[in-house]
Design a protein around this ligand. Structure first.
Ligand code: FUB
Length: 326
């Protein structure tokens, strides 16, 4: 009798182990997106005890959206729509459509929101992460035609010493240190280069003293759209492309995974990557959805490939973690 039950436990174990393995290898059942509907180019951030997502509103051919929304979450899994935070026709005098690829940074108690509008880069300022955001310049921060490539896809990285750097551009990657006011810079100080494979969507973060520059390769309408990275010991580069690239790419039912951003859980060495993929089912480069996956490093600081089939478990921002980062 005992022998039979050992046999049946072993059999059940093999069956369930096989099932778990099959689940792991199943590239048809992607996790649900983080946001409902079609949103792309998600910029993820953490302020106080909440996570925020700032995406592009998708769903029109040519990406013709005219406003930006903000989403908040206490656990990275449940997201609340905070509504429209910048409405181009209403809030800007110089652009009214093609509201793309925003990013946010905080400095001196203010929130600075950088975005693309009609292929110029603008900046808007607010007292809270959820706005309302106001245009302090009345004109683009980086105007169309200022440099080589499209003036889109801004991202701002604030270093430990408080210095802020703007990364931007499609076709070429441009970097410039922002002035203390966060809304101006010296045009003569712009550094421009093109990492091998670079297309757009640059993003920078720092871990253990190393600067990681990431970007998207291929066109966002191409199912091969993916993310690569390089590292440097300075926010201005030079950056050396890692050998183990891409770090994010589609697989199975996940296509066109890219234009990402990265967030660290305060007080922990725990990282998440937000990105878009073609909507499942039936999406394409104009119908993309926002997803989040865990992101990890090896002991040498190399990024490990992201598993686009790994679902995010709820994460809490603790008071202790926040205090540790002050
Ligand atoms: O969402 C519009 C454009 O598509 C972005 O600016 C690019 O990065 C690409 O994702």
């Amino acid at each position: 009798m005992k022998f039979i039950s050992i046999l049946s436990i072993t059999f059940l174990g093999l069956v369930s182990g096989g099932y778990a393995q099959q689940q792991l290898n199943d590239t048809t059942k992607a996790p649900a997106p983080a946001l409902p509907g079609v949103y792309a180019d998600p910029h993820i951030a953490v302020f106080n005890d909440k996570f925020y997502l700032y995406p592009t509103t998708d769903g029109t051919e040519g990406w013709m959206s005219t406003n930006f929304t903000c989403w908040s979450s206490k656990d990275l899994v449940n997201w609340k729509n905070e509504g429209v935070i910048l409405d181009l026709p209403k809030d800007l005098a110089w652009a009214d459509a093609r509201a793309w690829a925003p990013a946010i940074a905080t400095k001196n108690g203010k929130y600075y929101y950088y975005y693309s509008a009609d292929a110029n880069i603008g900046v808007a300022v607010a007292d809270k992460p959820t706005g309302p955001f106001k245009d302090p310049l009345g004109k683009p921060l980086v105007a169309k035609g200022a440099l080589l490539g499209q003036m889109i896809d801004p991202m701002v990285f604030v270093d430990d010493d408080g210095a802020a750097y703007l990364y931007f551009g499609q076709g070429n990657c441009h970097i410039v240190k922002l002035n203390e006011d966060m809304v101006s810079y010296n045009p003569a100080a712009v550094v421009s280069f093109k990492p091998q494979g670079y297309n757009e969507g640059s993003f920078v973060f720092k871990r253990n003293g190393k600067y990681y520059l990431m970007w998207s390769e291929y066109d966002t309408r191409d199912p091969r759209y993916s993310v690569a990275y390089a590292t440097s010991d300075s926010p201005l580069g030079p950056f050396v492309k890692a050998e183990s690239n891409p770090v994010l790419k589609g697989k199975g039912s996940v296509k066109g995974a890219g234009h990402h951003s990265v967030v660290k859980v305060p007080g922990k060495d725990e990282w998440y990557i937000a990105y878009h993929r073609f909507k499942i089912p039936g999406g394409n480069g104009y119908n993309r959805e926002t997803c989040i996956s865990p992101m990890r490093f090896d002991s040498k600081g190399n990024m490990l490939p992201v598993d686009v089939f790994e679902a995010v478990k709820p994460v809490k921002v603790s008071k202790k973690g926040r205090e540790a980062e002050r």
